[in-house]
Design a protein around this ligand. Sequence first.
Ligand code: GL9
Length: 797
Amino acid sequence: MLKSTPADARAMREAILHHLTYSMGKDAAHATRQDWRMALSHAVRDQITDRWFASTRKSYEAKAKRVYYLSMEFLIGRLLEDGLVNLRMLDAANEALTALEQDPAAVIADEPDAALGNGGLGRLAACFLESLSTLGVPALGYGIRYEHGLFEQKFEYGRQVETPETWLQQPHAWEFERAEAKYRLGFGGSVAVRDGRSVWTPDEAVVAAAYDTPVVGWQGRWANTLRLWSAKPANESFDLDSFNAGDYIGATAPEAQARTISRVLYPDDTTEAGKVLRLKQEYFFTAASLHDIMRRFDSEHDDIALLPKKVAVQLNDTHPAIAGPELVRILHDEKGLPFDQAIDLARGVLGYTNHTLLPEALERWSEDIFHRLLPRHLQIIDRIDDAHAKAHPDRKVTIREPGTVKMGELSFVMAHRVNGVSALHTGLMKTTVFKELDRLHPDRIVNQTNGVTPRRWMLSCNPSLAELITATIGDGWLSDLERLTELEPNISDPEWLRSFTAIKRANKAELAAWMAAEHGVQVDPAAMFDVQIKRLHEYKRQHLNILEAIALWQEIRDNPDAGWTPRIKIFAGKAAPGYFFAKDIIRLINDASRVINDDPVTNKYLKVIFLPNYNVSLAERLIPAADLSEQISTAGKEASGTGNMKFALNGALTIGTLDGANVEIREHVGPENFFLFGMTAEEVEARRRIDGHAAQAIATDPRLARAIDAVRNGTFSPTEPGRYAHIANNIAGADYFLVSSDFTDYWRAQRAVDAAFRDQDQWMRMAALNTARSGWFSSDRTIRGYLRDVWEAETLV
Ligand code: GL9
């Protein structure tokens, strides 16, 4: 047993060598980079495990209320560096590895990115887990252990090509398989009434097997568990008869069938295919989690009425919405509680977070599929709907409609609190999708503006800036991010500002060197790094950004000597495989970048780069090096955004619309340190009602007209001139996302950005003010808000 704490390099070195020998079975002379990475991971894991046990013991001793975060997605990225940073062992590890003649950065980067999420929703879940541990809240995250996370993206001739992600094919040290935590779950079958009780007899079963990953908080004071479920066949013994008869594939079919459930993360929730499988995934992880939660509750308490006092279950969007009827089924059908009491208890436990108002993302299931997979749940949902009708005779909203089950309404009715993720979004929930339900339950909707963990999104990804901050104000900011305001007086000190500027410059130089080495593109670190990184979606308007780049390119060509501000436009992001318009936007950006970057007249001033395979690790590389953060969604569409917060925290200025959390970011950093443009959510609604709004906008802006023409006439696709005509026609035609109508003001704001960037001192002051005033956007603050307003739970450290 290793007793020493490897905070010093010598102890760390011993721990690494110990694990290299006894966990990896290698000696240093023959160890691969992966062996070193695993040995280091084990050394760190030992430290985490002790703290993890201590936290679990404390939670049981205190009989504390536990918070359960149910999410289809946890976009956790790499864990080794996170662990090293939170345990403050990074320096020791660096020193130890160097002494062992290993490159620490390469060893850390050897870890596969756990990409068990699509975007903001999944990354938020990961930040929340880290903050729950930092704050010492007894909590578990529950999700699915997908064999294949989000697809990998490559470009072929500018086109997105998807290949399967295979994170589990490389070893990692973080999860513990829990042979004892297995639950059998049913699908299909029939419901019979016996002795007045409904009994569901499924005709298909799978087993959910638990894999636990410890999540350690800042300074290792607490660690919680991320429990991911893997689907296994209910009947482990495989079909020996088939096998003996020579049908080797047939013999493994039942196993393959069962495992399908946890095979892949859905690349979005709008694809038609695989509806049945998706509903199975949702029930699978939700039901397994609830059984686990109830088992833990029953082992600690014998009064079921205590449930809402001891258990808080948060539904991350509607994906786990089946938790309502499943909990009612457990309490009523299995435990024999009266139906109304079962509903009340379940509602006392459940909270629901809405993450989007986009109609296509608000889940609805066909009655047919539901009936086939979950016949008892459908009956329960009907009774929930009836009970709601009885309590509110004048209600004008139902959970069920002929042929459909509406999961948003179900989640709302079954939760005691429903929250939005930014002030604007929460307000819009009340006036749009949940208007009627808000009228019936006026206290149910609350706001919890999103946040991000400063441990990963500053300390780990931007160590030099973190060091400057700590040297200036001490390290209290890491657990109390609003203390960053103490930086403000220093910003007027020229020497301090020079340090701040030098760090941004060095981060940019590092990114430039990486882009040259990995992607063969040369950029000048003195140019403005203008970054838009997020999933591809029309509402996020990457096409507005590229249209502005095209117009700028044309303008520079016309007048090359007008003193342009050099700019590198960097894009990254994945499009859902079935979202063809979004994929065409990627291709357009790639095609345009080739033409623009090759233009000797303009490429001193403008370059466009689309980096492939955006993921958490790439975000960690880009954000510290950004000057300008593009947050340009059509107002009313981006529920919050969280990238916007990471950029501001790392000293990038935002160009953005009044959408999602941009509104609150602007209020915090000050309107003079934020480049605002575009219509408000209200103006957007009014504008859409004007016939020919796009044509009107184009008629008054020749720059816009010319840029759209270039897209339409094949300037960027000379071998296939019509390739992008449909994009041009969309922007000039129906233009639902109002690219044309916001273009002129976007152009104006961009030129204000150019002018501001030319005064580097002033720009850097503004950048530093963004850092100093972003403290409110810590996920610690968000979690405190949930604890107070939704979970009514306490912290134990
Ligand atoms: C999202 C919203 O679109 C974002 O604005 C928000 O910041 C996050 C977290 O609350 O949730 N909702 C949603 O469905 N996604 C979000 O990012 N989508 C993905 O995660 C792909």
